[in-house]
Design a protein around this ligand. Structure first.
Ligand SMILES: Cc1ncc(C[n+]2csc(CCOP(=O)(O)OP(=O)(O)O)c2C)c(N)n1
Ligand SMILES: [Mg+2]
Length: 806
């Protein structure tokens, strides 16, 4: 057949011709994804003998879905999360679009090459959402759709960009993750629109084949949450067979076939299919009339003709859903893991890889010449010009904005000082100070108008108890529909207005903390995804950062920019007791990348940090920011602070005399105990210093940076903690205290080789009042003094004999 005459270049290909092209591109994706993994494992030199890995079977199962989506259905304004193990397919698609290089693909899983799983930061602007921790990328699309609506309804978006659809191509095991259902519920509450989840239902996860009938239950759940569910079970060949006499029996047989048997037969091939089908249905002449004329290969092709491998069926289903409107839709596309590869259907194929021999056979079947493995159209049966033209004409290939897929938004001006409540001489907690400041900004007056308009707050059912209430009273709650405040309408007294409207600026979430972090992740990428700048602020109880931790890290991994306020924290929560008293969060703050963490003790420090945060989250080299706050009310000092020191993470409250033998360092609301201990210590050690530590995280990061710089030859590189500690004698002791794990400060001793005694709770908390708990966990004044004595006299001193220490 002369293909040129069927579709001369320059004439829009007919539907049949488009299909031919799509089938060719499917072949190409199957080849390139398998080759990418093979190359990384068998061709590229391997220096450490470690298996490089990759997932040829996971890629193969999703080829038709991805081809239908990217080559036919998706538009440039759509945002797509691709299941982690389909990374190579995704990169191959971009390569065909001219947006990915061979060098990067050759470097799959090598330093500088494409990452094992799609990564926004490392793989470049084509990746809309990083994936890897299964379930999170899927759920993320719910929140990015919600935020897109938020931006549009607030008139913040760009006019050159129509709203897009938020699509996840999901592995079926992703739906085992609880965060999926949390997101479904939350999405229902917010009436989220324009979300599609396309499930690659290969009924296999990592270990094995998944239980039968599970999806019947899951389908029901989606429908209950207001989703449309479209099941793509059978392809056209099977559908045609079912329409013939005996077809009903054949359909029933396949429907009843357990997932594991179906998978095993797929792996075994035509002879096994024939035996199995005929063992049950061999007495039906009609069934035999379907089965008998087919060769083994043809029978295997028929029996594995599932909906998720029939690109026509997929395109039709996606088109139909798009035409229906914006209802969230879940497509359950039946597939076979490893389709088209030698280990198709084998239960152990997740990390399975073609051997060199199998690859040689596959290469021959794909008509790929050695040395031409990466050629764009190698082995395809259609003219390169026509394929290239087809790709150029795909809706997804259109360049909607000058920047391409990674958008930008101008920074919002942050006034030099935030409105500061009158604090000097008052007793106030950092949490209350935060609430007051945000409420003041919420007035939106003068220089704060623009800032106020771009802030969006969110909280998982702890809005009022984290002091966001006054802000919410001013700015309202966001809802796509206006809903009255029933209590207010009924004139029932309440300090809190709870009216909702499309212009509200607080997103109230249910209690599931992972949803908060996914929302912050989505809102924190708005500049890149929608070209609108949002300043997202999320509040959560400090201990429950742990509850959403993977989603928090996921948000940071994508370089989302937001302000996290966690409060209340620590033992200081006192009567609330036990599990509500966080211990490990300061350490998380230190260890989490792209998250600058601070714990101020006083509101004047908080004011500096809040301003810094709004600016820092907008800087290209900035990051998300975390403020750990407290409900403990402290008498607020009147003083001038050095901004730079507060932001760098520590400042001297009382500077030590040069050569001093000891200093006390405190972090957060244990300040009064440290101050009291310091007053006593000073009587004996007049040169001692009192250090306010505000960010072990920033101090530590800068210290590591200085050490690295010095190792690479910049001998004069110094950091804040080195400068801060420099007045102390080289062998001076440091006693540190915080309401968090003492390891947070233990490293201070390594900076100059000083002795450090770190105080802080290292066991679960319990109910009590602050004095009894501080005493019980060794962070009260007495304990600090004991530690000073011990530090000054390595041996065993106590506060009682501190006088004899010198
Ligand atoms: C949170 C999390 N837990 C475990 C893993 C390890 N893991 C990677 S893939 C996978 C199974 C994936 O199965 P599925 O989603 O069905 O993908 P496919 O069958 O398409 O490969 C598991 C358990 C992970 N990546 N993330
Ligand atoms: Mg699977």
């Amino acid at each position: 057949m002369d293909v040129e005459t069927l579709s001369p270049v320059g004439v829009a290909p007919s539907d049949t011709r488009r299909l031919e092209i799509l089938h060719q591109l499917e072949r190409k994706l199957l080849w390139l994804s398998a080759w990418m993994v093979h190359h990384a494992n068998h061709i590229r030199p391997n220096r450490d003998g470690l298996k490089v890995g990759g997932h040829q079977a996971s890629c193969a199962s999703v080829i038709s879905i991805m081809a239908a989506l990217y080559f036919e259905i998706a538009r440039p304004q759509d945002r797509i999360a691709v299941k982690p193990h389909a990374g190579p397919v995704f990169h191959a698609i971009n390569y065909l679009f001219g947006r990915q290089s061979i060098e990067k693909m050759e470097g799959l899983r090598a330093l500088g090459g494409v990452q094992s799983y799609p990564s926004r930061v490392k793989d470049g602007p084509e990746v809309d959402f990083s994936t890897g921790s299964v379930g999170l990328g899927v759920a993320m699309t719910t929140f990015s759709a919600l935020i897109q609506d938020y931006v549009r309804l607030h008139g913040l978006g760009r006019t050159d960009l129509p709203p897009g659809r938020h699509i996840a191509v999901a592995g079926d095991a992703e739906l085992d993750e609880g965060n999926i259902y949390e997101a479904l519920l939350e999405g229902w509450k917010h009436d989220v629109r324009d979300v599609w989840w396309i499930v690659d239902y290969n009924r296999q996860s990592l270990d094995s084949v998944v239980p039968d009938r599970l999806f019947g239950r899951i389908e029901g759940l989606f429908r209950d949450m207001g989703w449309n569910v479209v099941t793509l079970k059978y392809g056209r060949k099977l559908a045609a067979a079912f329409g013939r006499p005996g077809g009903d029996a054949l359909r029933r047989w396949i429907d009843d076939c357990p997932n594991s048997l179906y998978a095993a037969l797929t792996f075994q091939g035509g002879t096994a299919w024939r035996q199995a089908v005929l063992a049950d249905l061999g007495r039906s002449r009609a069934v035999r009339a379907i089965v008998d004329p087919l060769s083994d290969d043809e029978l295997a092709t028929l029996m594995t003709n599932l909906g998720g491998h029939d690109i026509e069926a997929i395109i039709e289903a996606l088109r139909a859903a798009a035409a229906e409107g914006d209802q969230p839709t879940c497509f359950i596309a039946y597939t076979i893991k490893g389709m088209g590869l030698p280990f198709a259907g084998h239960k152990d194929n997740h990390a399975g890889m073609m051997t060199k021999e199998q690859m040689a056979g596959f290469r021959a079947a794909m008509a790929i010449r050695p040395g031409h493995e990466w050629d764009r159209f190698e082995g395809l049966d259609l003219p390169a010009g026509e394929l290239a033209e087809f790709l150029d004409g795909c809706p997804f290939a259109a360049k909607l904005t000058p920047e391409g897929r990674a958008l930008t938004a101008p920074a919002i001006m942050v006034p030099a000082e935030l409105p500061m409540p009158k604090v000097a001489g008052r007793k106030l907690s950092t949490q209350a100070g935060f609430g007051d400041m945000l409420a003041e900004i919420g007035r939106g007056q003068g220089p704060f108008k623009e800032l106020a308009e771009h802030i969006v707050t969110a909280s998982p059912d702890v809005t009022v108890s984290t002091n966001l209430g006054p802000w919410v009273n001013r700015r309202g709650i966001f809802d796509r529909h206006t809903r009255n405040d029933v209590f207010r309408d009924a004139k029932l007294a309440s300090a809190q207005r709870w009216g909702m409207s499309p212009l509200g600026q607080h997103i109230e979430l249910g209690i599931a903390e992972q949803n908060l972090f996914l929302l912050l992740g989505a809102a924190g990428l708005t500049h890149a995804l929608t070209g609108a700048r949002l300043l997202p602020v999320g509040t959560v109880y400090d201990p429950f950062v742990n509850r959403g931790l993977d989603a928090l890290i996921y948000a940071c991994y994508q370089d989302a920019r937001f302000l996290l306020v966690s409060t209340p924290s620590g033992l200081t929560l006192a009567p609330e007791g036990g599990q509500h008293q966080s211990i490990n969060t300061p350490l998380i703050g230190m260890a989490a990348d792209r998250l600058a963490s601070f714990e101020p003790a006083y509101v004047d420090e908080l004011a500096i940090l809040l301003r810094h945060a709004f600016s820092h989250i907008q800087q290209p080299e900035g990051s998300a920011v975390w403020l750990r706050l407290s409900t403990r009310q402290l008498q607020q000092p009147a003083r001038e602070l050095d901004l730079a020191s507060v932001i760098a993470g520590a400042h001297w409250v009382v500077a030590p005399e040069p050569g001093a033998r000891i200093a006390i360092a405190y972090e957060g609301p244990v300040a009064p105990e440290a101050e009291a201990a310091f007053a006593e210590l000073r009587a004996e050690e007049p040169g001692a210093g009192l250090l306010a530590v505000i960010s072990p995280d920033r101090l530590h990061a800068e210290w590591l940076g200085a050490l690295r710089a010095r190792r690479s030859g910049r001998r004069d590189a110094r950091c804040h903690i080195e400068r801060i500690l420099s007045p102390l004698a080289p062998d001076a002791a440091l006693v540190t205290v915080l309401d968090g794990h003492p390891a947070t400060h233990a490293w201070f001793g390594a900076v100059r080789g000083q002795r450090v005694i770190s105080l802080g709770p290292d066991h679960f908390g319990q109910s009590g009042d602050i004095p009894s708990l501080y005493q019980e966990y060794g962070i009260d004044t007495e304990a600090i003094l004991d530690a000073c004595a011990q530090a000054l006299l390595p041996g065993q001193a106590t506060a009682a004999n501190i006088l004899s220490v010198s």
